[in-house]
Design a protein around this ligand. Sequence first.
Ligand code: ZN
Length: 108
Amino acid sequence: MRGLRLKKGDTVIVRKGKDKGKTGKVLMIFPEKNRILVEKIHFVKEFIRPDRSKNVQGGIMEKEAPLSAANVMIYCSECEQGVRIQSKVLDDGTRVRACKKCGLTLEK
Ligand SMILES: [Zn+2]
């Protein structure tokens, strides 16, 4: 992942796949795999094997799975769409990420 990209807690919008157009909060980042886990996005079915000794009933469970970071963009609440990030330096010298379109600071 290039620097100045996504962080935990960012709101992102999905650009590709069956969740296209959905927004969610980044829960986890896996930089080495270039994948991210996003709240309520990219559900996969997990088959649970029944296990009587552990009193597990078994069945199908849905849970979030990591998706490729390349398939999402950071979401700007001002532009109401996925936007590119630019770096902005505040008066006190802090470098923050901002929307390239409207300049809204994207740090929480
Ligand atoms: Zn914006």
